[in-house]
Design a protein around this ligand. Structure first.
Ligand code: MN
Length: 304
């Protein structure tokens, strides 16, 4: 098993500073998780209306939002309108066939803060998956003398989240109640990323702080195994993992594809208002319809 430390790079998403952890130059994907933004914790000051993400599309992925603080309204082209609050997830499936999806995300009026993790899950390409949306707020939780756990997706330690999974995945929120060792159970065929959201942990003499992730790859272990590390009190972690993807997805803007040609087509279709992305009436929301930037030349070459 190889152990790597991944850091985040700072970005702005809809007016909010975020740390982008995936994709990372040292690691493109962890299981089918292909994108990871940690937003906040932010408190809005002055005239800030918080997160204001205009109408944009997605293809061949699921957007997965885990809310820690704040309230965000999601609206999509399937007609869903859902406010997400702490302890809940929104999972939007863009679909991987003819039909895709578009959506907006905005901080609810009067809410002055945001702390969230948004991830993308690459969809498998060996069968058709239609656009869909689900909201989950009754997620399995449990605790031991060291930590509280909340399972957002997948199976872990005899618990199962109700969230739709198209490939074997896990997303586990961990909050340490006191300083001490924590032990995670790892599936022998999966790879993992353990993100420090707040606080710090130590493994093998190395300390990992906010927005740093321990990537556990090339697992291919003979049996399921245990991973033990030291955690400070009040540290919040998010464990992602899953079966390594059988392909390297191409990411550009809000699109995932298998080839540069597929991405270029998606850019062209969205900018030409192709009906496959549906539509939302954004009149009165203060939001814009976002244009897809042209991909750089190298992306036009298919990866084979
Ligand atoms: Mn989006």
């Amino acid at each position: 098993m190889s152990i790597d430390k991944l850091g985040g790079s700072e970005k702005d998403v809809g007016g909010i500073p975020v740390a982008r952890i995936l994709p990372n130059r040292n690691k493109r994907t962890i299981g089918a998780w292909c994108f990871l933004d940690h937003a906040g914790p932010s408190i809005f000051k002055g005239d800030s209306r918080g997160l204001q993400v205009g109408l944009h599309p997605h293809t061949n992925l699921q957007t997965f939002t885990w809310m820690i603080e704040g309230e965000v309204l999601h609206q999509d082209s399937l007609g869903n309108r859902q406010t997400i609050r702490p302890g809940a997830i929104n999972l939007m499936t863009a679909g991987n066939g003819k039909n895709a999806i578009s959506h907006t995300e905005q901080t609810v009026a009067g809410c002055d803060r945001l702390h969230a993790v948004q991830l993308w899950i690459a969809l498998p390409r060996n069968r058709d998956i239609a656009p869909a949306f689900e909201h989950q707020e009754n997620l399995p939780t449990w605790e031991d003398d060291r930590a509280r756990y909340l399972l957002t997706i997948g199976d872990y330690a005899g618990h199962r989240a109700p969230t739709t999974c198209h490939t074997p995945l896990i997303g586990l929120d961990i909050f340490s109640k006191q300083s001490g060792n924590l032990t995670l159970k790892l599936n022998q065929n999966h790879e993992y990323g353990l993100l420090v959201i707040e606080g710090n942990i130590t493994h093998n003499g190395e300390t990992y702080r906010d927005n740093e992730l321990i990537a556990l790859s090339d697992c291919q272990l003979e049996t399921d195994t245990l991973f033990t590390f030291h955690s400070e009190k009040n540290t919040r972690l998010f464990l992602i993992g899953g079966l390594p993807l059988p392909f390297t997805p191409v990411l550009w803007w809000n699109f995932v594809g298998q080839s540069g040609a597929e991405i270029s087509q998606a850019v062209k279709d969205w900018n030409n208002h192709h009906p496959r992305f549906g539509n939302i009436d954004i009149t009165g929301t203060g939001l814009k319809r976002l244009n897809a930037p042209e991909p750089p030349a190298p992306i036009h070459h298919d990866r084979t």
